[in-house]
Write a protein that binds this ligand. Structure first.
Ligand SMILES: *Cc1c(COP(=O)(O)O)cnc(C)c1O
Length: 499
């Protein structure tokens, strides 16, 4: 299987190359040349299998330049009980009325990013052995909070690898920040930027695609790669848990084989929901893809009217990992829905970077209408959903998951669609203790972060994940802050390169 660039169909690389390189030189994203079929027999075969076996099966279909043993070794190293606090890795929990919560946060950093970032370093190592000529790999990350920590944890002390993370100074939760600035490991660096996530992402993309910087790195025996969801190695592991969720629905007799499920995803960069779309393209019976946004409702509006317009106010919300106005992975969806029209994608992406707005064709809009439902939720509705879900179902969700639950309920009430539904739960509630406590009407204004954790535990009896509890009393290692225009210098600094 080869991988094309969304902006140039003549670019064709192996999976290993797509993973080490991260992004195509033309700025496009790597996409698989075809979607391998997942038959009903395949699904039935996977029902009684472990998560590692399900992952090996699905990933092998895409990573055709890896041996099956290599894929299996990567999956085993990633999805082990040493790293995940649940034997099912991504367990399904019934909520109510046929809705199931897919908990994706049992990994070491307590957010769904671990599902991909625990395996990516292993995929990267195997890929580098195949392609990178012994160069040291420099992973450059822009984060809205969760990717940064998950990438740091995944790549810490990985051989021949350095990792540098940029996060928006005021755009992450206190717990997210603490997780990053206390990161251990000899090959890691972290820096805050004065700006929001889009600034960080744009800054990283600019450095990444700058040929001059690439030359400087090459002279120093290094090459860039990416751990953001623009990297194919980040996306492909995310397909697995949708397949796994369907298998578990069969196992729990919520569905019979072939019956459709809906999927609701709290969305920011459009990576998680795109993986669900890819699973559908493979043949997994998914009916509607329900895209849930917070007050930054650029995707809700896009799904409604086919106009992507980032020229609007940016809000910091109680679900900071979704505070994004440029959803990078949408480019991959548009590539598929436009019939893989690379010229059209170049036009749209140029319009986005020049004017901040584009309109898709009638054909693409029609395809979106058939596949997607969009919905959004403000902070007040998020809080209300956390409270109601806890009081009526006994289930405590974090702010991001609550956005999805709210959008699901609204959709179900308005459409009457009773298809069994999987709601992706993307973070553990203790990552956002302030907002969750506030939602439960507890005044936490005088508490420090760990008093909040204690208060939330006292109120809900929900167990506190050990990786968060153990942060208490840790001294920060990384206090740097830079302007968004100064990121390149910071990168050179961190790598010990003289400009
Ligand atoms: C990253 C993140 C999201 C958004 O996922 P995308 O793949 O960027 O759409 C949602 N919730 C949480 C908790 C996250 O960390």
């Amino acid at each position: 299987m080869q991988y094309f660039s969304t902006r140039d169909n003549n670019v064709s690389v192996s999976a290993a190359r797509a993973i080490t390189q991260g992004i195509s030189k033309d700025g496009g994203l790597f996409v698989p040349e075809a979607f391998p079929a997942l038959t009903n027999d395949d699904i039935l075969y996977l029902v009684d299998k472990s998560y590692v076996e399900r992952a090996t099966f699905v990933l092998s279909k895409y990573l055709t330049d890896f041996t099956e043993e290599e894929v299996k070794a990567c999956a085993e190293a990633a999805y082990s009980l040493e790293r995940f606090r649940s034997p099912e890795i991504a367990p399904l929990k019934p909520l109510e009325d046929g809705a199931q919560i897919l908990e994706l946060w049992h990994g070491p950093t307590c957010a769904f990013k671990d599902m991909a970032l625990q395996i990516l370093p292993h995929l990267m190592r195997v890929s580098a052995e195949k392609t990178s000529d012994g160069k040291e790999i420099v992973i450059l990350v822009a984060t809205s909070g969760d990717t940064g920590k998950a990438a740091l944890e995944g790549f810490r002390d990985a051989a021949h690898t350095r990792i540098l993370v940029f996060y928006p100074e005021d755009g992450v939760s206190p717990m997210q920040k603490l997780q990053m600035v206390t990161q251990e490991g000899g090959n890691v660096s972290v820096c805050a930027i004065r700006g929001n996530f889009d600034d960080a992402q744009t800054g990283v993309k600019t450095i990444f695609t700058d040929p001059e910087v690439a030359d400087v790195l090459a002279e120093n025996g290094m090459m860039f790669s990416s751990a953001n969801s623009i990297n194919w190695g980040r996306l492909v592991p995310q397909i697995v848990y949708y397949v796994s969720a369907y298998c578990d629905m069969l196992k729990n007799k919520v569905l019979t084989i072939g019956e459709p499920m809906n999927v609701v995803v709290p969305t920011g960069n459009f990576g998680n929901i795109l993986a669900a779309y890819y699973a559908k393209r493979m043949g997994l019976p998914i009916a509607k893809l329900i895209c849930a946004s917070n007050r930054n409702r650029v995707l809700t509006d896009f799904i409604a009217n086919g106009v992507y317009d980032r020229n609007r106010a940016f809000y910091t919300t109680s679900s900071p990992s979704m505070d994004i106005l440029i959803s990078s992975n949408l480019e991959r969806l548009l590539y598929e829905l436009s019939g893989r029209d690379d010229k059209e994608i170049r036009r749209l992406m140029e319009a986005l970077s020049k004017d901040g707005v584009y309109t898709v064709s009638e054909t693409v809009k029609k395809a979106i209408d058939e596949l997607f439902v969009g919905g959004c939720c403000d902070d007040e509705e998020t809080a209300q959903t956390i409270r109601e879900t806890f009081e009526t179902c006994g289930y405590l969700c974090d702010t991001h998951t609550a956005v999805a639950v709210h959008v699901y309920k609204t959709y179900r009430a308005e459409s009457g669609d009773t298809t069994p539904t999987v709601i992706a739960s993307t973070a553990n509630p203790y990552k956002f203790s302030s907002s969750v406590l506030e939602a439960l009407n507890v005044d936490a204004s005088s508490m420090d972060e760990f008093e909040k954790v204690e208060a939330l535990n006292g109120k809900t009896a929900e167990p506190v994940p050990s990786p968060l509890a153990s942060l208490r009393g840790r001294t920060p290692r990384f206090n740097g802050v830079c302007d968004k225009d100064a990121m390149r210098g910071v990168v050179y600094d961190m790598l010990g390169i003289e400009e």
